[in-house]
Design a protein around this ligand. Structure first.
Ligand code: 5AD
Ligand code: SF4
Length: 474
């Protein structure tokens, strides 16, 4: 099938977008009639940047419907939790926070409670919400976020509960309004879904099949962001390395990076997440050659044991992973690599876990996101025997953190005395300006808040294991 007909099949049609615009106006007129001033919407997103990006679109739609966004839960007329299903802990937090809304709803019957995101896309979760949290008004899945205006209209006009959780391969929805949380850092999704079915992971079940946005649309959005003054654009996807495979636009991820790099302006490009099985030398060469692409690679390895990698269905070996890093460091000597790792996969032995530690020692990651395995209903790994106790896994976890801490400390210590170009982002708790190096390492330094949102040269004066202290260079 051609890219054009494939694209047509997975893109939400214009008529549907138009229908939602009509619902937007209907909600707006109800809201104008019912509230003296704009009602307040509290939106909270859990989980990954892909979800954060969805959250920005949900906020954009709410604003178009006449809601004003608030950070204060207590003053909200509408609460929307955009949930994450990656680990049990993430789900427990959502259930706790939804439970806490019951008293608010009792006090204010008009308040609307909405739940969406990956967690809702699982049948057992939706059933639990229905039975145990009957005060929730609207529950919708990951494939229908563009229909928020319709759901809200049904709830506001008819007082009916909405449960809309279709299972499908997923769509691409262009032209949704976006409320960007930052004015200098932007998320730019390039692909959605995942086809990898790593045996521990729920994502392919809740986010549908891999599908890429048209490169022309992505480039146009990037150009607009640069014109609006954005200084950092992060390309998002569960597996950005397989960008452009479905539909086949004749533009792979390395080519997309080169095209984005050609956009004029002072900005940097980041991307996440990469999968080692699809990470090519072509991509690493493109990274090395594109001056706007940050020399930071987030490349999750998950385990250092080939037996465990196979059981995880990762489809690469420890040797292939380390070979990729070797090549990457050879073409980008200053490269900063970060990674994800899971401790205590079902059946993992201590010796296998030690292979993870030795990989970490060889790989020299800047930092690592370390997770204890969490069984996810419906995945292949959830059915495997898991004899190692939680306490034992906790000990392994700390052993791994200790190993990584030594490596991180060495790396940050080696940066002292050098000057880096930093994007200034916010004010730290201690009142210093907080920025990030290209390698994604946080650096704090005294400066006026007017530097926020700009690139500055900062000299590193001190290393604090994971982060740096520095001074602004004029
Ligand atoms: N248990 C623990 N960690 C998980 N991850 C994904 N699924 C699980 C799970 N069931 C981790 C992986 C992935 C990161 C986003 O979350 O390391 O790269
Ligand atoms: Fe999950 Fe694997 Fe897909 Fe990442 S690549 S989202 S870990 S299934």
């Amino acid at each position: 099938m051609s890219a054009v007909s494939d694209k047509k099949r997975i893109t939400v049609p214009d008529e549907e977008i138009q229908r939602q615009r009509e619902y937007t106006q209907l909600v707006r007129s109800i809201v104008d009639r019912r509230f003296e001033s704009a009602p307040k919407a509290f939106v909270h997103t859990y989980g990954c940047q892909g979800n954060v990006s969805d959250g920005e679109r949900l906020k954009g739609m709410l604003e178009e419907m006449g809601y004003e966004l608030t950070e204060e839960l207590s003053e909200a007329d509408l609460v929307l939790y955009n949930t994450c299903a990656i680990r049990e802990h993430a789900e427990d937090r959502v259930f706790g926070n939804v439970g806490a809304l019951k008293s608010m709803k009792t006090a204010n019957k008009e308040m609307k409670i909405l739940l969406c995101g990956c967690m809702m896309q699982q049948e057992h979760v939706a059933d639990k919400i229905r039975k145990s949290y009957p005060f929730v008004d609207i529950v919708f899945g990951t494939h229908v976020i563009h229909r928020l205006p319709e759901f809200l209209y049904t709830s506001l006009s008819k007082g009916k509960k909405v449960y809309e959780l279709p299972e499908c391969d997923g769509y691409i929805t262009e032209e949704l309004p976006v409320h960007r949380d930052s004015s200098y850092k932007a998320w730019l999704p390039v692909m959605y879904g995942c086809n990898n079915f790593c045996s521990y992971c729920i994502v392919p079940y809740v986010r549908g099949r891999e599908r890429s946005r048209d490169p022309e649309v992505v480039i146009e959005e990037a150009k607009q962001l640069v014109a609006q003054g954005y200084k950092e654009i992060t390309l998002l996807g569960q597996n950005v390395n397989s960008y452009g495979k479905y539909p086949d636009y004749g533009c792979n991820f390395a080519q997309l990076l080169r095209r984005l790099n050609d956009i004029e302006g002072d900005f940097i490009i980041r991307f996440m997440t990469s999968h080692p099985k699809d990470c090519t030398y072509e991509l690493l060469d493109a990274m090395a050659e594109c001056e706007k692409v940050a020399k930071h690679l987030h490349l999750p390895f998950q385990s250092g044991s080939n037996r465990v990698l196979d059981a995880m269905n990762r489809r690469y070996t420890r040797e292939k992973y380390l070979g990729l890093l070797n090549y990457a460091y050879s073409v980008m000597p200053d490269l900063s690599v970060t990674s994800d790792v899971i401790v205590g996969f079902p059946g993992e032995t201590y010796d296998e876990f030690r292979e993870t530690v030795t990989l970490v020692e060889e790989a020299k990651f800047t930092s690592m996101y370390t997770f204890i395995y969490s069984p996810r209903e419906g995945t292949v790994a959830a059915k495997l025997p898991d004899p190692i106790s939680k306490e034992e896994k906790g000990k392994w976890f700390r052993e791994l953190l200790d190993a990584q801490e030594k490596i991180a400390a060495k790396r940050t210590a080696s940066m002292v005395g050098k000057t880096y170009r930093v994007l200034c982002e916010s004010v730290s708790k201690g009142g210093l300006i907080e920025g990030r190096t290209q390698g994604n390492i946080i650096i704090e330094f005294p400066a006026d808040t007017s530097v926020i949102g700009s690139f500055r040269e900062v000299k590193v004066t001190e290393s604090l294991t994971w982060i740096l202290r520095g001074e602004l260079q004029q």
